[in-house]
Design a protein around this ligand. Sequence first.
Ligand code: ADP
Ligand code: MG
Length: 340
Amino acid sequence: MKKKIIILYLLSLVGLVGLSCREQENTPAMYDSGFTEVMGTFAHFVVVTTDEQTVRRCFDAALQECIRVDGLMSDYKSESELSVVNRSAFEKPVAVSEELYQLIETSLDYSKRTDGAFDITIGPLVDLWRKAGNMQQQPSEEELATARARVGFDKLVLDPARKTVAFAVEGMRLDLGGIAKGYAIDRAVQVMREAGIPGGLVDIGGDVRCFGTPPPGKKHWTIGLQDPQNEEDILLKLGLNDMAVATSGNYRRFVLVGQQKHSHIINPSTRDSAAGLSSVTILAPKAVDADALATAVTVLGMEKGLQLIEGIPETEAMLISSNNPEHVIRTAGTEVFIIQ
Ligand code: ADP
Ligand code: MG
């Protein structure tokens, strides 16, 4: 969660400068919403505009959109559309909104492209490891086998004509934690654009997308990449226009079972947390893709992860391996974005 704060802190400083340097009515200025709690983390919005009147309305609309998406896709909220699916989709196919259906389809597409490394049916294994952390006890082989039998994107039955979702196996649970924030960011950007904002940035929990006019006097938006070893340090700065950045890491969110750290990202084939990479940052035009790919590459590991990203146009990766944390491994195309 701190990662986000550092990224935003950088921007807020720029924001204050932008505001105080505003000379004429027609010069765009930058406005910063501050942080609001949503989706289990903090959201933060920045707009660049000449029309101060629209700023508050735009911040409100963007935040409402994030709250709306969370209301559809949260697995913590028992009344969310996703929770209804999780409760009933084994008994009978559940009709869902076009929006949720599409995000599930996008997720399935990522499962196919990553050989199942990204898999929103991961829920039962996530639950098992969460319980293991709470109880301070390693799951038994039997528990792991039972949970694994309930995981697998091939067990998800979609009907594109009826827009229904069904589970082939009892006890399945969909978990959109690896993609929903990215989706919400893209939606909030859309809402801000529709409100007539020429440029802005949406940040949810440190995953960010910027669009349009950059801050006054700048050629691009500046996003700092945090050092996973030392949260106070910025490893490098990226200069971005119309791009999204998402980071997944096993260094911050994990459960401890005995001395063993287990990250919240699970490798479906090992049934255990993804190991090897301590931080994965993906750059892509849309936040939904950056978010899903950051989770996927964390599971795939360095070699397969880099191979996947090299094959996707306009998409780049920056990885830090757990055993060589000093070194950032980057795809060739990242060069143009690095400003320090
Ligand atoms: P963060 O939430 O820290 O930004 P991610 O975007 O990588 O990190 O999302 C991690 C979340 O994704 C987990 O908390 C869980 O809900 C979900 N998840 C865990 N393993 C997988 C997986 N193999 N495929 C898809 N989603 C996963
Ligand atoms: Mg993700």
